[in-house]
Design a protein around this ligand. Structure first.
Ligand SMILES: Nc1nc2c(ncn2[C@@H]2O[C@H](COP(=O)(O)OP(=O)(O)OP(=O)(O)O)[C@@H](O)[C@H]2O)c(=O)[nH]1
Length: 423
């Protein structure tokens, strides 16, 4: 009998001990989340970059997670709240153990914010990228002008060179007439004299005194608003991203608006550019209303007190009329917050006359205030700077000289001409 009682006591003690183990094990499993939870709101892990980055890490981000920052808030919702959306996605207490590992990964992979180099002198630094234009326009012309006899055939060759470089008919005629007159007056033609003469004439055609500032300084009422327009493939989204870097490099705080909802990857592309310099991107669902995204972006810019809101727009719709209607609407809706400070038309320098046709169409719908000429690095058609300015009556403000993040340069006429004619 005692044996039976002893056996029962041992069994009870054993069961008790096993139960104790299990409970301790469970508690231990729940402990890490408690210590990890503060990391969600820790100042070193800003809420905004975390969600997109997590999405990027996971490959194709699920639409709901991607859209959360802006989509969660309807058009009129306070942007500040929308911006906080990722924080609201913090794990519910019961799921704490499940999200423990991703939280650690996020903290480790927080993107380093890049500080782009200042923009002053960029065109000088990138001058070698203009080598193709330099060969035809600059060196080509100097060689022709240095010939012993400047006969009619030579002048015709000079004319052809200028037209091939896309200077345009009127500007070519003007330049050739001026060169003829000045060369006659000059008499002897030393290489230095010819270089100085050509420099002077090209600079005069480009217009050294135009205001080429990108108006990006905030007003009392809110941020400066810059709309970026152009057809697809010219480098619009890339340029918007690079421009964000230009502005950040020059000390501005920027919000981006991904109003190109037509091309699926455009918003992702823009967001990635923004994250690299710490600029938040306001975006919406694919195929959503671009005007509403642009409106929200400006609204967020006002709430956040940033200097500039940059809005990327779509470059392709099924019809030209559709695209232009949409663009007009984006501008009108944004203007409910205040005036648009800049409408930058992005043109691909390699497309030549085609670019001018595009420019005309856009100018009919929105008042273009500046031109961005991209892909000048891959073309001998540097003369397009002159023809597009003449066509639209607005200055080239920025030039794209490569695919690198800091290959967008403020346009400086003197540095450009110097790069063309060489030393
Ligand atoms: N070489 C060179 N390539 C450039 C330059 N600017 C842009 N690109 C390239 O042009 C290509 C198209 O650029 P995107 O920014 O996607 O063009 P997009 O106009 O936004 O096109 P959509 O979004 O379809 O309207 C990319 O491969 C860019 O890297 C430049 O200045 N030089």
């Amino acid at each position: 009998m005692e044996y039976v009682i002893l056996a029962v006591v041992i069994a009870v003690v054993a069961v008790g001990a096993i139960a104790g183990f299990v409970v301790t094990g469970r508690r231990r499993k729940q402990l890490p989340p408690k210590t990890e939870t503060p990391a969600v709101g820790a100042p070193t892990a800003p809420a905004r970059p975390t969600a997109p980055e997590k999405a990027a890490e996971e490959g194709a981000a699920p639409p709901t997670a991607e859209a959360a920052p802006t989509e969660a808030a309807p058009t009129e919702a306070a942007p500040a709240e929308a911006a906080e959306a990722p924080a609201a996605e913090a794990p519910a207490a019961g799921d704490a153990a499940v999200v423990e590992e991703p939280l650690v990964e996020e903290a480790e992979a927080a993107p380093a914010i890049e500080v782009p180099e200042p923009t002053a002198g960029r065109l000088v630094r990138l001058r070698s990228r203009l080598s193709r234009s330099q060969t035809t326009l600059g060196k080509g012309l100097l060689t022709l002008l240095s010939r012993d006899r400047l006969d009619e055939d030579t002048w015709e060759e000079i004319e052809d060179t200028l037209l091939t470089a896309d200077l345009g008919v009127a500007a070519t005629q003007e330049l050739v007439d001026n060169l003829r007159t000045r060369v006659k007056v000059l008499g002897t033609r030393t290489p230095d004299e010819l270089r100085a003469l050509l420099r002077d004439e090209l600079l005069g055609l480009i217009g050294p005194d135009s205001d080429r500032t990108v108006h990006s300084v905030k007003h009392e009422e809110g941020p400066a608003v810059v709309l970026v327009v152009g057809v697809n493939g010219v480098g619009k989204t890339t340029t918007t991203g690079k421009l964000a870097r230009v502005l950040v490099a020059d000390g501005r705080r920027v919000v981006l608006g991904a109003a190109d909802t037509f091309r699926a990857a455009a918003a992702d592309q823009l967001q990635t550019w923004g994250e690299r310099v710490g600029a938040h991107t306001v975006r919406g669902p694919e195929g959503g209303d671009p005007a509403s995204i642009a409106f929200d972006a400006v609204k967020e810019g006002i709430a956040e007190g940033v200097d500039t809101v940059l809005i990327d727009t779509a470059g392709r719709l099924h019809t030209k009329t559709g695209l232009m209607d949409e663009l007009g609407k984006v501008k009108r809706v944004v203007e409910k917050h205040g005036p648009v400070d800049e409408v930058l038309l992005v043109l691909d320098a390699t497309t030549g006359q085609n670019g001018l046709v595009q420019a005309r169409v856009f100018a009919e719908v929105v008042d273009i205030t500046g031109i961005v000429l991209t892909k000048l690095d891959g073309t001998a058609k540097g003369g397009i700077v002159v023809s597009v300015q003449r066509e639209l009556g607005v200055p080239v403000k920025l030039v794209g000289l490569g695919e690198g993040a800091d290959d967008l340069a403020p346009f400086e006429p003197a540095a450009f001409v110097d790069a063309l004619i060489g030393d």
